[in-house]
Design a protein around this ligand. Structure first.
Ligand SMILES: Nc1ncnc2c1ncn2[C@@H]1O[C@H](COP(=O)(O)OP(=O)(O)O)[C@@H](O)[C@H]1O
Ligand SMILES: [Mg+2]
Length: 407
């Protein structure tokens, strides 16, 4: 017999032993003693069984009381957990929900059972949520998504949903975590970033026009003055004076070139006049001359012009990505490519250099990591999807895809 069987037998014989002892005690209380004949033996057996049953009954009652207590404790834990818990059946209908979950949905619990949870998800997130539910039943382990919930008479709520299917594959359990505060903070940060980007562009524009209108004008006048002085100089003028005037003219030409270069870098006029592709080629040329890194600009099709705001954002993204490649990738070649595909503009800056782990930089606050954050903000501000694909030793691809609306 196995050990479970042995344990069962010994528990039964212990119970019988205790029942026999209690029966002897009962008999001696009423002054009975045993005669040993058959009816008396049967009566004895019946009495032993009666006492065994009473004992088992008492034990069961105690176990039930303990189970009720622990049920109460766990129900309390379930109902008042700081997150909402729900069970959804295969159709996405609510089969169980805790009180925190019901209060997140803003409806009393009994009215929620049997309702389709997806009805609370706002239109914008319906597709995300149905893809998420499909994933819950097809992937192993926990699946996470973020959706917005609309609630009757209450403000909308952002929740993080974490879910797993149960063993039968016919139900899944969801945890709902209110992340409205975090989303609000993220939105505020985004609008600050947006304002910062706008301010930067305004400042660049202002600086470029001040350089052009004030310094540029004065340099031109200075150049003209020197030309007049130089032409008025007679042959008998001191040699060192003539040399100084010629040198000053050369200096003014040099300063004018530098000022023009800074003006163009601040706000490349070629972008406004000839579009993104021309501006990228101009930037690539300049960058290559300055650093020796070859920037190849590729475009499959004639690329339609998009709004000035979008062209500027893509141009700035390319500037930062090219700069990153030159600073961090240890490569001598970067490719910028623009193509259109299914009504989308695909913009890509790639290098086959050192590469890195993008996730480790996206969450760093301050210092390194701002370049990538700002690229992302710029792309998202113009309605684009931004992505950095990189791995150590595998090069880096920065890409933006943008719905194409020709202007
Ligand atoms: N093309 C690249 N190749 C290798 N590493 C890169 C590349 N682009 C970015 N990185 C890594 O990502 C980090 C963050 O980039 P970024 O946000 O632009 O900040 P910064 O350039 O100021 O360091 C860089 O410090 C670098 O380690
Ligand atoms: Mg950078």
């Amino acid at each position: 017999m196995d050990s479970d069987g042995n344990r069962g037998v010994s528990a039964a014989s212990r119970l019988r032993g205790r029942a026999e002892e209690q029966l002897i005690a009962e008999f001696s209380e009423v002054g009975l003693c045993r005669t040993g004949d058959e009816p008396e033996r049967l009566l004895h057996e019946l009495n032993v069984h009666r006492i065994e049953l009473e004992m088992q009954n008492a034990e069961l009652r105690q176990t039930r009381d303990e189970a009720e207590l622990s049920l109460e404790k766990y129900t309390d834990l379930y109902d008042f957990a700081p997150v909402g818990y729900l069970t959804l059946d295969r159709n996405g209908d609510i089969s169980a929900i805790n009180l925190s979950g019901a209060s997140l949905l803003g409806v009393e619990r009994p009215r929620l059972i049997g309702c389709r949870f997806g009805l609370w998800v706002t239109e914008k997130y319906r597709l995300t949520f149905s893809d998420f539910l499909d994933k819950v039943y097809t992937s192993l382990g926990k699946v996470v998504c973020e959706v917005q919930l609309c609630r009757e008479g209450l403000r909308p709520l952002f929740v993080q949903v974490e879910a797993m299917d149960n063993v039968s594959g016919q139900e899944c359990r969801l945890a709902l975590i209110d992340i409205t505060g975090r989303k609000k903070a993220e939105d505020e940060l985004r609008s600050y970033a947006c304002r910062l980007i706008e301010m930067e562009e305004d400042l660049r524009k202002k600086l470029a026009s001040e350089l052009h209108d004030e310094i540029g004008r004065d340099l031109t006048v200075l150049g003209m003055n020197l030309a007049i002085i130089s032409s008025g100089m007679t042959d008998d003028a001191p040699k060192n004076l003539t040399a100084r005037v010629t040198d000053s003219s050369r200096l003014i030409e040099g300063i004018s070139r530098t000022v023009r270069g800074i003006m163009f870098m601040l706000r490349p006029p070629v972008l406004d006049d000839y579009g993104l592709l021309a501006a990228l080629r101009w930037h690539a040329d300049l960058f290559e001359k300055r650093t020796g890194i070859a920037i190849i600009v590729r475009s499959d099709d004639p690329i339609p012009r998009v709004t000035a705001e979008k062209e500027m954002a893509l141009f700035r993204i390319a500037q930062e990505a090219v700069m990153n490649a030159s600073k961090h990738a240890a490569t001598m070649e970067v490719t910028i490519s623009i193509s259109r595909d299914n009504g989308m503009l695909r913009f890509m800056i790639s290098d086959d250099g050192r590469g890195f782990t993008p996730a480790s930089f996206e969450h760093i606050q301050g210092g390194s990591g701002w370049g990538i954050k700002i690229m992302r903000e710029r792309a998202e501000l113009i309605g684009g999807n931004f992505q950095v694909d990189s791995a150590p030793g595998k090069g880096t691809v920065v890409s933006v895809s943008l719905p194409l609306e020709e202007r």
